[in-house]
Design a protein around this ligand. Sequence first.
Ligand code: DGY
Length: 340
Amino acid sequence: MPDLKVRPTYRSRRRRQAVHLYVGRVFRPGWSPTMSKPSVLITRKLPAAVMASLDDVADVARPAGDTHADLVAAVAGKQALVSMVTDQVDRAVIEAGDALRVIANVGVGYNNIDVGFARERGIVVTNTPDVLSRATADLAWALILGITRRLGEGERLVRRGAWPGWAFDQLLGMELNGKTLGIVGFGRIGREVAARAPAFGMTVVHTGRTADSLPLDRLLSTADVVSLHVPLSPATTHLIDQAALARMKRGAYLINTSRGPVVDEAALVWALKSRLIAGAALDVYEREPVVHPDLLAFENVLLAPHLGSATTETRTAMADLAVRNVLAVLSGEPPLTPVI
Ligand code: DGY
């Protein structure tokens, strides 16, 4: 006889947990069944398992479209906003959000939110650190391997039917073993990237505030691969400009999985044209989804469409954490991962 016992699915387990959370926290003393559920605005569809837990405890709405004006129009009267890193949650949105108590960004970066203004209005802002560090570090390594072993060039060759077959000196790349990886920004993601380096025989140097950190100038002139992991702020905008690129070792590679404006793209084009560096692999851009047109023409540039955290498991965990932040704030509890 087959075992007919049905194991609870992720969806039903999550649903029960969320209901318990709601019953235990949102339905506090004084609650009556006639009270309405909190209203939550989500700017994009979330994974089904996460949606189920939210649907159980809140009235969930989506803006009519994907524009900023749609967001401004939809946020009025909502107690919580679940935003994506591509949503500009600026003064206009926050002012229109007359009932907002929490803005939960699905992303570790929150440069899309006017955090100072939200704070002035007493609105809690949360992000999703930790849960995406591994996936983003993996993607940084995919770019490091892809650019140093010329995978983009090789794939284009094969696809256009121009591959003549194996050749001794064809598409020779740079070996990682024995080389130095320079990590700019030694936070959660930077450390995850560093943790994978011994597997490839690389030595790690990094910027930061610890005794073993290097100043950026020294790191740039030491590393064979420079990987960027700083948050975007006025201090890090165009951190990698002409002067920084000129300091890099000839034959070094630049990898960016942080935020596009950390690199001055015009300066990067200049450095590539001048052959100051061997190549670049980018996951993020100054004006996404627009890519500097000159970058498209270089064989030694690998371009990915902002895929850092793009695995099913990580995106589900990010959405789940954002929703748990919303439920915590709406029930009067401290948020799990507030933006400090
Ligand atoms: C983040 O979390 O900031 C990422 O860029 C989203 O993928």
